[in-house]
Ligand binder design. Structure first.
Ligand code: HEC
Ligand code: HEC
Ligand code: HEC
Ligand code: HEC
Ligand code: HEC
Length: 176
């Protein structure tokens, strides 16, 4: 019996030592996250609420991928110009929009949300399940003028919601 105790204890200690880094990384992913971006200065300050209220646009009008794809996607400038060719408010933001368009420059929108590369998020699964955009992005129709991250959206948040709705929680569902 004695003979086995030593290797057993050494083995256990080794296991605990090996588990520490994994636990630390997992704990970090619950509490600290690279997905939370500070509200970035955009090349054109795009007011979401006014487009929902004055222009009566659906989110899908510009973010066309939400129901079919992982990515929501960003609208092309041509789409903006369909309206702003004629809707010119005299504001500096619209002048900037027109400059970009006439020079043929792409607008490099700053990312607001940004999952790390090893994480797999799919818009379509969530949107087709029936969640509103507001569930994760807040009320961008009447409250949040400029896009910002309002929900935690770290691993703990994803998993809590998956448990609540009986969605899968295997590591491979969300990780490549
Ligand atoms: C007329 C086009 C248009 C419409 C309609 C629109 N958006 Fe956007 N959306 C944009 C543009 C342009 C950006 C990039 C600028 C920014 O992030 O502020 C953006 C950014 C976003 C972002 C941040 C993206 C990131 O980088 O993480 C979210 C979230 C978002 N929109 C959600 C919505 C929701 C929800 C609705 C409907 C209530 C909506 N959008 C309607 C054009 C649109
Ligand atoms: C369906 C028509 C439509 C589309 C498409 C559209 N807009 Fe607008 N936009 C409007 C309307 C209407 C207003 C509100 C004007 C007002 O308040 O008098 C507006 C307002 C704005 C403003 C605020 C202007 C100000 O005076 O402060 C900006 C900036 C803007 N749009 C940028 C964009 C960008 C960038 C896109 C493309 C991603 C876009 N719009 C697409 C109709 C549209
Ligand atoms: C279950 C939560 C959830 C719901 C519901 C949701 N989103 Fe998102 N959205 C996210 C997450 C998480 C990201 C970051 C994805 C990434 O970085 O890969 C994101 C990113 C985005 C982006 C920028 C990146 C991209 O995918 O193009 C846009 C635009 C966006 N969402 C729009 C919408 C719109 C519009 C709706 C409703 C039709 C919606 N989202 C519904 C969680 C959600
Ligand atoms: C508001 C609740 C909620 C949040 C928050 C949420 N999810 Fe989900 N997710 C669901 C539900 C419910 C499903 C199952 C949809 C179905 O059964 O079609 C799902 C499905 C998925 C799927 C597809 C699974 C499959 O096999 O089709 C992936 C991938 C996913 N979620 C990743 C994420 C990630 C990553 C996050 C965090 C950034 C997240 N989810 C946040 C509720 C949520
Ligand atoms: C429902 C989606 C989801 C599931 C299931 C999931 N994760 Fe994650 N995981 C995420 C998201 C989102 C992030 C990135 C944000 C963060 O760091 O919290 C992440 C980050 C991580 C990280 C990196 C942490 C860091 O700080 O860089 C590790 C390691 C990880 N997950 C391991 C796992 C393991 C192991 C499992 C299975 C037991 C698992 N994940 C299941 C969504 C998920």
């Amino acid at each position: 019996m004695r003979r086995f105790m030593r290797p057993l204890i050494v083995g256990l200690v080794l296991l605990i030592l090996l588990a520490l880094p994994v636990t630390a990384v997992l704990a970090r992913s619950y509490f600290l996250s690279p997905t939370w971006q500070p509200a970035a200065e955009q090349p054109i300050a795009f007011p979401h609420t006014r487009h929902a209220q004055v222009a009566q646009l659906d989110c899908e009008y510009c973010h066309r991928g939400v129901a079919e794809d992982g990515y929501a996607g960003m609208p092309a400038l041509e789409l903006c110009m369909d309206c702003h060719q004629s809707i010119q408010t005299g504001s500096a933001e619209i002048d900037t929009l027109i400059d970009y368009f006439e020079n043929g420059d792409p607008v490099n929108w700053e990312r607001v949300h940004q999952m790390p590369d090893h994480v797999h998020f799919v818009h379509s699964s969530h949107v087709n399940y029936g969640f509103d955009c507001a569930e994760c992005h807040g009320d961008m129709e009447s409250e949040i003028d400029y896009a910002e991250q309002v929900r935690d959206l770290r691993m703990g948040d994803c998993i809590d919601c998956h448990k609540e709705y009986g969605a899968p929680t295997d590591c491979s569902v969300c990780h490549y």
